[in-house]
Design a binder for this molecule. Structure first.
Ligand code: LER
Ligand code: MN
Length: 277
């Protein structure tokens, strides 16, 4: 398994779920210094990334971009797949297609977490799901041409009003039946919504494309009461071999949070400073 950290450019909303907020290329350098393998870019638009300059920084540091996340498209621009107006759904799909094309440049996945949207007042789950799946299929058409994976992230009930548990996310992934669409459990949401880490991860074995990690209070791992020993055991048991990306609050400050998450995760993976080779 590799470790990543969520970052955004300086203009990202204060509510964006990222640790480092800086020029995106500087984020890569800062993440490399902490020992991360990759950075997840939280973007509002694909054109925030200067592709040649970013490729140069990645090659200089050896870091990867495992994922591009799109939560700000929902939170800042209110574009999402379940919107009742087709023009808004189209704009959301266009934004995600831009991110898919960008992701293809870096071998990254694209997270379609909160951009799926919500069930509007007076509408049904079935209506929201139909709009969501129709947009997801259009994105999957492009993703498959581009060799990019789309990931579906269950998000807790206090942030969005449907697809909260891993089982609900897995149902969407299976129903979509697209090879490009995979599940992305986030430990913070799982800790609220899933009855059992083991049952949720084991049911999703083979469908998991990416994982977000945080402690129970969304601080860096090790600063709450998330059962990390059990979780690492389960991830090993299901042979998950992808990224564990820290999507945590930048507290007490971004550098301390980033340093703690890297040290803790690398330690659990046996790659810490005191690891015996
Ligand atoms: C939001 O809580 C979250 O986990 C993000 O990854 C989704 O946009
Ligand atoms: Mn997340």
């Amino acid at each position: 398994m590799k470790i990543g950290i969520a970052v955004a450019g300086p203009a990202a909303l204060p509510s964006a779920f990222v640790v480092l907020r800086d020029d995106l290329c500087r984020c890569v350098d800062r993440a490399a210094a902490f020992g991360y393998d990759g950075v997840e870019l939280a973007l509002l638009r694909a054109d925030e990334v200067d592709v040649p300059r970013m490729k140069q920084r990645l090659s200089a540091t050896g870091l990867e971009i495992p994922c591009i996340s799109s939560g700000q498209v929902f939170a800042a621009d209110h574009l999402y797949f379940t919107h009742p107006e087709s023009a808004v759904r189209e704009a959301a799909v266009d934004r995600i297609i831009g991110m898919i094309r960008l992701a293809a440049e870096f071998g990254a996945k694209v997270n379609t977490g909160r951009v799926r949207g919500l069930i509007h007042d007076g509408e049904t789950f079935a209506t929201a799901k139909q709009r969501y799946l129709s947009c997801l299929h259009r994105c999957a058409d492009v993703a498959e041409q581009a060799g990019v994976e789309l990931i579906v992230e269950p998000v807790n009930r206090y942030e969005i009003n449907f697809i909260h548990t891993c089982a609900e996310g897995l149902e969407i992934v299976k129903e979509t039946a697209r090879k490009s669409v995979r599940l992305m459990p986030d430990l913070f949401h799982m800790n609220i919504e899933d009855a059992s880490f083991r049952a949720a991860f084991e049911s999703a074995r083979g469908y998991i494309g990416y994982v977000h990690v945080a402690d129970s209070n969304r601080l860096a791992p090790g600063w709450g009461h998330m059962p990390f020993d059990e979780i690492f055991q389960i991830l090993g048991d299901i042979e998950y071999d992808g990224y564990l990306t820290a999507e945590i609050l930048p507290k007490p400050d971004p550098d301390q949070a980033a340093a703690q998450a890297a040290k803790y995760l690398l330690g659990k993976l046996g790659r810490g400073a005191d690891a015996v080779n």
